[in-house]
Design a protein around this ligand. Sequence first.
Ligand code: XMP
Length: 319
Amino acid sequence: DWTMAEFRATKIADIQAQVGEGRVICGLSGGVDSAVAAVLIHEAIGDQLTCVFVDHGLMRLGEAEQVVSLFREHYGIKLVHVNAEERFLGGLAGLTDPEKKRKFIGAEFIAVFEEEAKKIGGADFLAQGTLYPDVIESVSFTGGPSVTIKSHHNVGGLPERMNMKLVEPLRELFKDEVRVLGRELGLPEIFVGRHPFPGPGLAIRIPGEVSKDRCDILRKADAIYLEEIRNAGLYDAIWQAFAVLLPVRTVGVMGDHRTYDSVCALRAVTSTDGMTADIYPFDAAFLSRVATRIINEVKGINRVVYDYTSKPPGTIEWE
Ligand code: XMP
């Protein structure tokens, strides 16, 4: 892409001019935005960049390993992988209110990030994958002008706390342009084309109390669902698809046994910006194939339902 090639060259020069001999720290979330920002900055200043990946243990199946190997092995970027699963799950124990869960995760994320930044001796700059829509709309994009429907988890509070200057090379871009830039930088398609994933991760897809067991059950169901979506060639037609593990158990029958296990809900929506969304109209054969696989392959789930709620009145995530 000609314009993106030019944008890339211009930004690299800008980053070099801004940073000079300084040190930059960048938080990776596993999402496209922070990944593209990190790769671009690495191209500009190499080892002056250190990435910190706070792994809260709430990622999807195999995702954390994917991030680490892509950045360390493929790009040779200095990366601190912080395994903070126990810390996050410990703090989430006993929390059931969606806002309390979100707030805990956001605050804990910042605390862990700060500690790690200190351990590596600090930095002069903090890099963020802020996009243009984030710049123009600093209120939660799920809320109206004055109502916050959900507190969004991001690292917005970090710069002031840590007294660092910001490097935000994607500030002029929209999501689709970030994807083009990511391809231009050689990021693999599976990464660049990935559905959005919320900062609080699987915690907001497990209504009620989160535990390691419930995360593991959800990860398996979610992976089966997404595998079937990819196999059916539907992944790119969908804005976001995921499984939700409900805090409800129902009675079922497996062979000649009674079961009493959790319900899993499947969500898939189309959208252009996440502000509004329509349900994705899978055919019945597809849904029943996914339901059968999940119930047969995932211990702990014995019933699968499909979420037919558009946004509004529903939100995309369940919490
Ligand atoms: P809702 O559920 O509010 O979600 O309709 C709209 C879009 O935002 C994503 N989302 C988040 N992204 N941090 C994020 O980075 C968050 O705290 C968060 N909460 C929701 C959601 O996945 C959907 O794409």
